[in-house]
Every structure is written in structure tokens, then in C-alpha cells.
Design a binder for this molecule. Structure first.
Ligand SMILES: NC(=O)c1ccc[n+]([C@@H]2O[C@H](COP(=O)([O-])OP(=O)(O)OC[C@H]3O[C@@H](n4cnc5c(N)ncnc54)[C@H](OP(=O)(O)O)[C@@H]3O)[C@@H](O)[C@H]2O)c1
Length: 241
């Protein structure tokens, strides 16, 4: 995968890891379509990328909105062309402070699943066909250690991330031989708004910075031998080659 000659779509690109990924991709020469719900912060990220000579475009949309999926896909193709990289990064914790699973409303669990699982799946369904026809591309799902560890109070989020991990593996199996790679990547703990919302008392100085995590994720995307389709990768465990 040659990032300099590709186009990418990053969801949740207005702050945190998504922003760092979009900026890192653009700095390497990729054309980038950025998705988030709120246009203002997204437009600021786009303006910053353009000021540094990169190509970026904002798409204001809610990935949990069924009716927005084909608009996102159509706008992305129109703005940056055929996509080589799709990064499903946008995600929600559900209600905070985080609750025990039995105290979680069924509607809140369903809403977390819509944003963290069903929405990304709809978007992949809208985009993967073109990748298969071209015979290449990478789809990345941002996972979490909450997908594999049964942390109390992380139930709704963890269930959605665990399901997304399996979605990633099954898609990879079904797309074997097409040239399209599908990865699940646990970024590890980062100093972001999501982390602050979940754990306001955490020592922020001990957390990874999103820019450093984004650089490692780009290394995973470009290193097919060490990051084969179907893999679930953990950023803090990834050593520089
Ligand atoms: N931070 C950590 O320590 C950590 C640890 C493990 C895994 N992760 C995972 O890493 C990824 C990035 O996390 P982060 O900490 O960078 O998150 P963050 O700071 O909360 O940023 C989330 C981004 O997603 C967007 N977003 C949220 N809901 C959306 C929706 N329904 N539709 C479109 N965009 C939406 C937000 O913008 P709008 O609000 O404007 O939509 C924002 O740009 C997530 O998948 C998260 O689960 C994070």
C-alpha cells in the first residue's frame, strides 16, 4: 500500500486519533475525506491540512444515521476519488459516567451498537464493492482492550467493540483473494476527549499522544506482511520494524 498515491476516508476526524490519522495521511500525500457530526471543528482540521499543502475535505455526517451512508460514500468518491483506505475511527462510549451493564438502558446499548458497529458496517457495504472491483484497499476498524477484557462499566462499548472485532475477522475471511485487507486495531490508551470523558481522574501524562499512535497505525497499514488481513493488532505492542 503506497499512501502517497491513495485516497482515504477517516471517520471521527475532527479530534483525537481520527484527526491525527487524517493529518498523518495527508502529510504523506494521501487525499483525505474527513467525517464527523459537527462541521466547525472538522472544517478547522481541513483548513490546517490545506495550509500545510495537503488535500482534505470535510463531510459533516452522523455515521449512525442510516440515511447518511450513501451520501458519505458518494461525497467521498466525488471529493477524493476511489478510496484505498477506509478507517472506521468514530465511536461513542454511550452515557457517561459509564454504567454497569444491568443499569444500561436497552436503547442506550442499541445506540452504541448503531454508532460503533452497524454504522461502520453500512459504510463498508457502501464502499467495499469498489475496492473489490479495483482489487485493493484497506479497511481499518478501531478496536479497544474493552473488546477483550470484561471491564465493569464498559459493557455497552465493549460489546460493540468485540462485535466489531469479529465483523473485521469475518469480512477479512470473506474478502480473501480480493486484494482488500481488513484490520482491527486497538490503539491503546490515548490522551483524548473520549478518554477524559470515561476516566476524568486518569494521569494524562501517562497516556499516549494520538499523533504517535497514528504513525504506528500507518505503519501497520503499509506493512502487509506484519499486518495481514484479519489481524487484530495492538498499537503499544507494535514495535518499529
Ligand atoms: N482514547 C482512548 O484511550 C481509546 C482507547 C481505545 C480505543 N479507542 C478508540 O479509538 C477511536 C478514537 O477515539 P478518540 O479517543 O480519538 O475519540 P474522541 O476524542 O471522542 O473523538 C471522536 C471523534 O468521532 C466523532 N464522532 C463521534 N460520534 C460520531 C458519529 N456518530 N458520527 C460521526 N462522527 C462521530 C467526533 O466528532 P463529532 O462529535 O463532531 O461527531 C470526533 O471527531 C475510537 O474508536 C475509540 O473507541 C480510544
Amino acid at each position: 500500500m503506497d499512501i502517497t498515491r491513495t485516497s482515504a476516508l477517516v471517520t471521527g476526524a475532527s479530534r483525537g486519533l481520527g484527526r491525527a490519522l487524517a493529518e498523518a495521511l495527508a502529510a504523506r500525500g494521501a487525499k483525505v475525506a474527513l467525517v464527523a457530526r459537527e462541521l466547525g471543528p472538522l472544517a478547522d482540521v481541513v483548513a490546517g491540512i490545506r495550509a500545510r499543502g495537503g488535500e482534505a475535505h470535510a463531510i459533516a455526517a452522523d455515521i449512525a444515521d442510516k440515511d447518511a451512508v450513501h451520501r458519505i460514500a458518494g461525497q467521498a468518491h466525488g471529493l477524493v476519488g476511489e478510496l484505498g483506505i477506509v478507517i472506521h475511527n468514530a465511536s461513542t462510549l454511550g452515557p457517561v459516567p459509564l454504567r454497569l451493564l444491568l443499569d444500561t438502558e436497552c436503547e442506550d446499548l442499541a445506540a452504541v451498537l448503531e454508532t460503533n458497529l452497524v454504522g461502520p458496517f453500512r459504510l463498508t457495504k457502501a464502499l467495499a464493492g469498489a475496492m473489490v472491483l479495483r482489487g485493493g484497499g484497506v479497511v481499518v476498524h478501531l478496536s479497544s482492550d474493552a473488546a477483550v477484557e470484561p471491564y465493569p462499566r464498559w459493557g455497552a462499548y465493549g460489546v460493540a467493540k468485540a462485535a466489531q472485532d469479529q465483523l473485521s475477522r469475518v469480512l477479512a475471511a470473506e474478502l480473501a483473494e480480493t486484494g482488500v485487507r481488513v484490520l482491527a486495531i486497538d490503539p491503546g490508551e490515548m490522551d483524548t476527549a473520549m478518554h477524559a470523558a470515561a476516566m476524568p481522574d486518569a494521569d494524562r501524562g501517562a497516556l499516549q499522544q494520538p499523533d504517535a499512535v497514528a504513525a504506528r497505525i500507518l505503519a501497520m497499514i503499509t506493512d502487509e506482511a506484519r499486518a495481514p488481513s484479519g489481524a487484530r493488532l495492538v498499537v503499544p505492542a507494535w514495535s518499529a520494524a
